[in-house]
Write a protein that binds this ligand. Structure first.
Ligand SMILES: [Zn+2]
Ligand SMILES: [Zn+2]
Length: 226
């Protein structure tokens, strides 16, 4: 396998790479659902990827990235994160919007561009939403926001990539300053309403904000010391 993967194959690789951490066993139907593509088409693409040694399809139809596939995918993830960082911090495009633009750019970046861009941006460790670049990981004491208890002061570390697909949701998170580096105090938790309520540390006058637990599950935080 020496040719550069096609746009479509790169999309599959990136999705498999992202799902492998959060969802144990990935099958073709999961990909079909995520990509909004008919299962027979997904199946055919996966067969080609298996032929090209990027994935291995196991007995129970679970799909696993091979070492080759993993290398290709982490490279795409790096390009995606760099593109987002550049769009957000250099070009000033909105935090809630950069993901969709980066999705287009990531496929077009040559190795030279990636190298120069990484140096230009001073080698960021994560995307603007906190997803660590390959080779970096989340802090050990990180947990998901739905697990927060009491009146903890929390610092946002990462908004999962899954949430990035909804620009509308990201806009709400941005308005509420639910972004990496921002601090919020947990003020209430309701299992009945399946929600938690947070208060921004920087703007105590702002109204408390109620967040559904299914969104909180995808936001990673640490307990803040101050
Ligand atoms: Zn993204
Ligand atoms: Zn991101």
């Amino acid at each position: 396998m020496s040719n550069k993967p096609t746009f479509v194959v790169e999309e599959y690789l990136l999705l498999l790479y992202k799902l492998r951490d959060s969802h144990g066993h990935i099958k073709a139907v999961d990909l079909a659902q995520r990509l909004n593509i008919r299962p027979p088409t997904v199946h055919a693409t996966l067969q080609r990827m298996q032929r090209d040694s990027m994935v291995q399809i196991g007995d129970k139809k679970t799909i696993r990235l091979t070492e080759e596939g993993e290398n290709l995918a982490s490279n795409i993830a790096f390009r995606h994160n760099l593109a987002e960082y550049f769009l957000c911090h250099t070009l000033g495009i909105s935090w809630s919007e950069v993901h969709k633009h980066a999705h287009k750019l990531e496929h077009a970046m040559t190795p030279t561009v990636v190298e120069k861009l990484a140096a230009f941006l001073n080698y960021p460790e994560a995307c603007p939403h906190g997803t660590p670049n390959p080779g970096y990981s989340l802090p050990d004491d990180c947990f998901t926001l739905d697990k927060a208890k009491g009146e903890m002061m929390l610092e946002i570390i990462m908004i999962s990539e899954e949430l990035e697909d909804s620009e509308e949701l990201l806009k709400i998170l941005q308005d509420q300053k639910l972004m990496p580096g921002q601090k919020h105090q947990l003020i209430a938790r309701s299992d009945g309403m399946k929600s938690i309520t947070l208060q921004q540390q920087e703007q105590p006058a702002a109204y408390p904000f109620m967040l559904p637990l299914h969104v909180a599950e995808k936001i990673h935080v640490i307990q803040s010391k101050d």
